[in-house]
Structure formats: C-alpha cells, structure tokens
Design a protein around this ligand. Structure first.
Ligand code: CP
Length: 338
C-alpha cells in the first residue's frame, strides 16, 4: 500500500507528512537507492512546455531504478484535442478522453501538466482542466503544474528554505510580482504563498494595484498561516515589504482585474516595467536576504543580471531540489513508502 496516491496540492498534506517527505528527500540525496523503483514506469503528459519538470522527473525515475516516458503535443503524435463536446473535423485527430487513460495505462503513475487556459478566472481557480483530466485516470497521479497549483515546485522551494537554514516561525518571506511582457498563470504565486504560509513564515505579497491575488487564494493561504503560526499581508509599498526580509521570491502573474482580457492586462502591466528586481530592492532587507525564482526567468526584465548572478540568488539550487523532492514523492507513491 503506497503512502501517497495523489500529489495534487501541498495543502492536502499534514505537517508531519511534509516533514517525512522532506526527510526522505534529504536521505535519498545523501544515500542513493538505485533499485527502489526497479521495473516501475512513470508516464509524463505535458500539455505545456517545460525544461525543469520534464528533465527532473526523468532523472528522478532513473536515479531510483525505474523509467519514464514523455508525451507532449509537439511530438509526432496525432494532435490532441482538449475541448469537450467538440466536432473533431479540425487538425487534431485524438481527444484527451482516450489519450490520457491510454498513456496512464502504460505506467504505474501519471504526471500531468495542464496550465491555465487564462480565459475564465473561476474555471482556473477551480482547476477545472486538471480535475477533468484527472478523472480519466485510475493510476496514482502527480500535478506537474495546473492552473492554480505547482506542488512539486513548492516542495522543492520548502526544501531550499530548509537547506538555507531560513527560520520557519519568524522568517520573513516576500512574494513579489515582477514585470514580464506577457500575462502569466497564477499557479506559482498561489502555490508559493501557500507553501510559505504552511511553513509558518510571515508572508508579504508585494504587487502593484490591479495585480492582487484572488480572494479565494488569499483566504486559503490565511487559513494555512493561522494553523501554522504564520501570517499573510499584502502591500504595494516596496520599502515596507522588504523591511527585514529573509527571502524575496519574484514571479510575474496576470492582472486579476483584467483576467482573460489580454489587451487591458497589457496596458496595465506596461506601466510597471520598473518592477525588475535589482540590488536596490534589498536595502531594507536582512543582510543575507536570498533571491528565489522558480525559473525560467527573463534576465534584466524580471530580475537584474547582477542579482541573478550574485550571492543572493539560489535559483539553481531550487531547480536541483525539484529532483530530490520528486524522488521522495515517487518513492512514497510507488516504492517502499515514507
Ligand atoms: N519551474 C518549472 O516548473 O520549470 P519548467 O516550466 O521548466 O518545468
């Protein structure tokens, strides 16, 4: 009997389970178990692009003695249709309703990436696309980033904070919006705020007017913070947010005021091109304040090259931690357990 059957959302797990996963991850990093998942297969379906998730899941399975295969729409497949009720007389010759259970049937677990459609905020907040696809499979399932969540990234970020010795209680975590030329999903900022709240940190969301995170996302994080002894607040005042900060986690996201309206979003975000993280942002922060980002990141747009290449930046360690934490999830899901 596996300890984990679904890895959809970090908030589905109790503090002792997260702690056990992080402990297992550290153990596998120190003491490899190259036969733990011998003969096991992980199916990976990417409906959207990836570098880290794609490579780290394959590396994770290989390091544990199992194997993985990848399917994505860019490959030589028949073209995947995702819309329900569609008359399939266009380019796509295969519907996800058949493709997803077929792909899942070749493996012992399925990893699924399905980004937000970014047309309807309510649908995306309900994670409707991911949930509809998840209903089609009976194997264990891992969320490799959906409309509103990215639990593998969050677990890796939690490990990175632990590795750096950044306090849980009293640790000051700033999640800041940053400029980007396009409207990006809410998955990483939502999952990141939630992770820091679950870790018991004092979280400040720093964002310009019009880029507030949705009330549903804020309320969930506040509830998690209450349980862990952390706190959540939001502001558009950079100096106030950065006062004493131990971590600045940068990410761009769509304007929730103009969600699904690319033109209005573009007009609003273009007023904030100066939201590019630079060394000057850290003046009021703790001396050793770290810079985090999930990657990929646009140099000198989201963050200055000096910060990204400087001693504050831990972005490569974060990305590497994806592999160790995913190994723990796979070990708990398909192997000996926690
Ligand atoms: N952070 C992250 O998930 O990276 P990829 O989109 O490259 O997988």
């Amino acid at each position: 009997m596996s300890d984990i059957n679904r890895f959809d959302d970090l908030a589905d797990f109790a503090a002792d389970q997260i702690s056990a996963l992080l402990g297992l991850s550290a153990r596998l990093e120190q003491h490899p178990e190259p036969e733990a998942l011998k003969g096991k297969v992980l199916s990976l379906l990417f409906l959207n692009p990836s570098l880290r998730t794609l490579a780290s899941f394959q590396a994770s399975m290989t390091r544990l003695g199992g194997g993985a295969f990848v399917i994505s729409p860019e490959m030589s497949i028949h073209g995947l249709e995702t819309r329900p009720g569609i008359v399939m007389d266009g380019a796509a010759a295969e519907h996800v309703r058949e493709a997803v259970p077929v792909i899942a049937s070749y493996g012992d677990a399925l990893g699924l990436r399905a980004f937000a459609e970014r047309r309807d905020l309510v649908e995306d907040l309900e994670d409707r696309e991911y949930r509809n696809l998840a209903e089609l499979v009976s194997t264990p399932l891992i969320n490799m980033e959906s409309a509103i969540n990215h639990p593998c990234q969050s677990l890796a970020d939690w490990k990175t904070l632990d590795d750096l010795g950044i306090s849980e209680r009293g640790g000051k975590f700033v999640l800041s919006w940053a400029y980007h030329p396009s409207a990006l999903p809410l998955a990483v900022p939502s999952a990141t705020m939630q992770m820091a709240a679950m870790r018991g940190m004092d979280v400040t969301v720093l964002r310009p007017d019009g880029f507030e995170l949705p009330p549903l996302v804020m309320d969930k994080a506040r509830l998690l913070a209450e349980r862990s002894g952390g706190s959540i607040r939001e502001t558009d005042d950079r100096s106030e947010a950065m006062e004493g900060a131990h971590v600045l986690y940068a990410k761009s996201w769509s304007s929730t005021r103009h969600y699904g309206d690319k033109h209005s979003d573009y007009q609003l975000r273009n007023r904030h091109e100066d939201w590019c993280v630079a060394e000057a942002w850290f003046q009021q922060a703790a001396a050793d304040c770290r810079f985090m980002h999930c990657l990929p990141v646009r140099r000198n747009v989201v963050v200055s090259e000096a910060v990204l290449d400087g001693p504050r930046s831990v972005v490569v360690a974060e990305a590497r931690n994806r592999m160790w934490v995913q190994m723990a999830v796979l070990y708990a899901m398909l192997g000996p357990g926690l």
